[in-house]
Design a protein around this ligand. Structure first.
Ligand SMILES: C[S@@+](CC[C@H](N)C(=O)[O-])C[C@H]1O[C@@H](n2cnc3c(N)ncnc32)[C@H](O)[C@@H]1O
Length: 407
């Protein structure tokens, strides 16, 4: 630190930084009588006042041109603030207890109790007492964030511990506590599940995203086939229906899609099922497969040929079935598929996908439940009706939703 004379008018006083709230005018008057004997004020390299507001005001009132100042190099705003509190807490006209308490509460999220105590020249016990309520709020908030991270099933406890700079034991205790005391069943307490196996929405499907699976159906699936904190894997996550329900109902989720919708990047990973199962996928308890319907969904999701919705039926089958076989090999506890049988546009040839997939699961999995999800007849255009009549076939207006359980 070097003491030098600095022009009084060049000193920068920053209200937001300087902790002292009240100016003591009688003290300024006393100082004014004897400005030559006052100790140097403290400023940083940009002349920002760190300590000595009353001495500086006394110089101003006395009409002095310069004031002796110690110049300290500060590295950041936080450093500047800490120094301001430190020096104003330790000597001269000290900060009031209330001023110190306000600083402790304001900063206890980023500065340790011990450091705050040393900055303010008070005991750690005092700091702990002042900051008790704020630290409790911060801890609750942090624990909520930890649980949100844990629900994203790709996060291991080690990774969460590292992110929050905690030990793995602390993270595991927070999760255990959530498991035991987090009221995990609360969200389903007033839930009215569908009583019958035909699932139909009164108000029709959600039209906000092409092919979105209605949240009400997802809630029923989760309700009937999973337990809190089990892992739900959805590799065709689309608009994030699964994410939404899993978050609300405290299921861990591993959601991915070939094209991740903007804004969902934190919850949905980018992954193409043609590359098999992702390496960081933990063993899923429940797999939900809502693939696009091969070429019928042409260009609706994307224009890329890798999109299942743009493939020929043969390519769709080979890509999807390879993936399904891998899942079966992985021994996922439950696998569900939602898909409608298709009728080729021109000659109305009927193709029942779910029966084909069932063959792959046979022997290793047993059907736990099968539901029918009807569409409205309005989705059939007049041309389709005319063609169906000509070909003497009835039109498909339902999806199959089948859940298998590993035997
Ligand atoms: C029927 S939508 C799923 C909708 C989702 N269940 C929802 O509620 O929003 C099918 C999804 O599969 C995705 N998709 C298509 N081809 C894919 C591929 N090869 N790998 C991964 N996802 C793919 C599409 O991007 C689309 O979001």
């Amino acid at each position: 630190m070097a003491v030098q004379g600095v022009a009084v008018e060049d000193i920068v006083y920053r209200d937001d930084l300087y902790p002292r709230i009240e100016v003591d005018h009688s003290l300024i008057e006393i100082y004014q009588q004897d400005i030559e004997r006052l100790p140097a004020i403290m400023i940083n390299q940009n002349n920002i006042l760190i300590d000595g507001r009353h001495r500086w005001l006394a110089h101003k009132r006395a009409g002095a041109n310069t004031i002796p100042a110690d110049i300290i190099e500060t590295e950041s705003e936080a450093h500047l603030e800490i120094l301001a509190y430190k020096y104003n807490s330790a000597h001269g006209k000290q900060l009031s207890t209330e001023e110190k308490r306000i600083f402790a509460v304001k900063r206890c999220d980023i500065i340790s109790t011990a450091k705050i105590a040393s900055i303010l020249s008070v005991s750690e016990r005092t700091v702990r007492y002042w900051t008790q309520a704020k630290r409790k709020d911060l801890e609750e908030h942090r624990n909520k964030l930890i649980i949100s991270e844990y629900l994203r099933a790709w996060n291991t406890q080690e990774a969460i511990a590292e992110k929050f700079e905690l030990t793995q034991k602390t993270v595991s205790n927070i999760i255990d506590n959530f498991r035991k005391n987090g009221n995990l069943a609360e969200s389903t307490k007033n839930f009215n599940p569908y009583l019958y196996s035909i699932w139909s929405l009164k108000n029709g499907d959600d039209k906000s995203h092409f092919g979105a699976f209605p949240a009400a159906y997802m809630e029923n699936l989760i309700y009937y086939h999973t337990e809190p904190l089990e892992i739900v894997y959805d590799p065709f996550a689309g608009s994030g229906t699964t994410v939404k329900v899993c978050k609300a109902w405290h299921r861990r989720y591993y959601c991915s899609d070939r094209v991740v919708k903007q804004g969902l990047e934190d919850d949905i990973k980018q992954w193409d099922i043609a590359d098999g199962l992702p390496e960081d996928l933990p063993l899923p308890d429940f797999v939900f497969l809502d693939p696009p319907y091969w070429i019928q969904a042409g260009n609706k999701y994307s224009k890329d040929k890798e999109c299942l919705g743009n493939m020929s039926l043969e390519d769709f089958y080979s890509t999807f079935e390879l993936f399904l076989k891998e899942l079966i090999g992985r021994k996922a506890k439950r696998i569900s598929i939602v898909i409608a049988p298709t009728q080729y546009r021109n000659n109305m040839v009927y193709e029942d996908h779910i029966f084909r997939f069932a063959k792959l699961l046979d022997g290793k999995y047993k059907i736990e439940m099968r539901r029918i999800l009807p569409y409205s007849t309005q989705q059939c255009t007049p041309q389709m009706v005319i063609r169906a009549k000509e070909k003497r076939v009835d039109l498909v207006i339902h999806r199959d939703l089948v859940v298998w359980r590993r035997v």
